[in-house]
Write a protein that binds this ligand. Sequence first.
Ligand code: GLN
Length: 246
Amino acid sequence: MNENTVQIIHLYPDLLNLYGDKGNIACMVKRLNWRGIQTNVQLCTNQDHSIDLSSADIIFVGGGSDREQALVCSLLLKKKEELIRYVENDGVLVAVCGGYQLLGKYYQTASEKIEGLGLLDIYTDAGKDRLIGNVVLQSSLFDQPIAGFENHAGRTEIGDYTPLGKVLYGHGNNGTSGFEGVIYKNVIGTYLHGPLLPKNPKLCDYILSCALKRKDANFPGLKPIDDTLENQANTYIVNRFAPEKK
Ligand code: GLN
């Protein structure tokens, strides 16, 4: 492994991997490798207590059931200070659904209050029903709409933070605000389950570019690659669910 290798840490793939969230890791690795950039993926599981998060260029955490979230939370709270330092130092962190909820102050389920990491001043309360279905967003980060799928009981309040996007179709953070996800520094939290990145190449490249720029301030930008297939997957969902709003 050389100093240019992009180090990706996948937090608790053994506990939080609903709908194959780990497909996002495969996508990031592939899109870097296609540009000749080496990667190293470290899995931080329930058994690993010594992983140095400060060595990461990208940290990813997926989603899962309330039970698994509570387990992960107790493990992650031990790494809270390390994670705060990483985030404040512009570390790239991508958190999906249950992982997204854990970035905030708490996730209140019907029966318990799961303490969050408090990396962001946001919070989540479970509603009586689940918000399920396809989602299309318009982000201000790039023109390509973001296509995804959500399934969550939690309603997240992000206050004055920037959302990942405006909801063109679907429920988003809480079903009422009209926004989905959150962006803070190089942190992206979203309810959109995996594999999110394979059908959203612009979002994937945005995340990779943030990591590469942080590694090297003179990073010239990612080389273009052929995204015909990825764009087709994206367009199919966007046209099907939000055709008039593109
Ligand atoms: N358990 C959380 C909820 O229901 C997160 C679900 C998920 O990760 N899909 O809101």
